[in-house]
Write a protein of this length. Structure first.
Length: 272
């Protein structure tokens, strides 16, 4: 970037999501309600107006919960590079998730579709992993330090936006608390133990099936399909960049290996 070869920065964001992030920054900078309404009408920002007198601060402190996407925008502006939103549009993503979830439910209740259910899920899982991570990567001190912050932010975002990940986490919590409750009730008496075991088995079976069903859309749509969209947009930017110019992509860790594999395949095909 400092040599002037940075062509563009592409981030794992779509227009609606990025509108919320930009709107939050403008609210933090003390933007007036009237100016906010004008910016919202123009499509520059999204979400409700909130007063916040604390201005945003760019920092490299690991303990600060700042967005890597916001930092990417700041650095792109600093070095006069284009900022590109490379993710799939949010309405399209929601539609695909619902379709995939309904399809998964139909497959579960049709024994003839169980093989297809498992094949498509594990095929997407292999594509997402891409074989790009080893033991050393997972034991990297920088990764280990960032895990608590990353997990906390991810859970907070899932709950805030009521996403499918939030639904999956709720099912896991229900399973955990059901197991604990069955253990406690079993100590009261034989009759209570029998009733609690039956009820607990039914709840654990139901939540287990729902967890398994919701896992397929998360892998195939949230990860694999988005990887293809991100890789396609990154490849387009690379094609537009001139000789010696660099395109930087800012992605979540779950997308890096799969996107890298897709990009290498695209460049190999174009070279033939």
């Amino acid at each position: 970037a400092r040599t002037g070869n940075l062509y563009s920065v592409i981030i794992e964001m779509c227009k609606p999501r990025w509108g919320e992030v930009r709107g939050l920054n403008l609210r933090k900078s003390g933007m007036s309600r009237r100016a906010w309404k004008q910016a919202k009408v123009s499509g520059l920002v999204n979400g409700p107006f909130r007063h916040n007198i604390s201005p945003p601060k760019i920092t490299w402190d690991l303990c600060t919960l700042q967005s890597e996407m916001e930092l990417a925008q700041t650095l792109a502006n600093l070095f006069e590079a284009d900022l590109v939103l490379g993710d799939i549009a949010l309405p399209t993503l929601h539609q695909k998730l619902i379709s995939s979830l309904l399809e998964s439910i139909r497959m579960v209740f049709n024994p003839l579709s169980w093989a297809t259910f498992l094949t498509t899920m594990f095929k997407s899982l292999r594509a997402v992993n891409g074989g790009g991570y080893g033991v050393r990567d997972y034991l990297d001190p920088r990764l280990l330090i960032s895990i608590p912050v990353a997990v906390s932010r991810y859970v907070y975002a899932a709950v805030k936006h009521r996403s499918m990940v939030c639904f999956f986490l709720i099912l896991l919590l229900i399973q955990q608390y059901t197991s604990t409750a069955v253990g406690v009730l079993s100590e009261i008496g034989p009759q209570t133990a029998k009733a609690s075991n039956i009820a607990g088995s039914m709840i654990l079976t139901l939540t287990g099936v729902l967890s398994f069903v919701s896992l397929r859309p998360m892998i195939t749509v949230l990860l694999d399909e988005r990887n293809h969209v991100l890789a396609q947009n990154i490849y387009k930017e690379c094609q537009k960049a001139g000789d010696g110019e660099v395109v930087v992509a800012v992605l979540g860790m779950a997308h890096c290996s799969g996107v890298k594999k897709l990009l290498l395949r695209s460049f190999e095909q174009s070279a033939q």
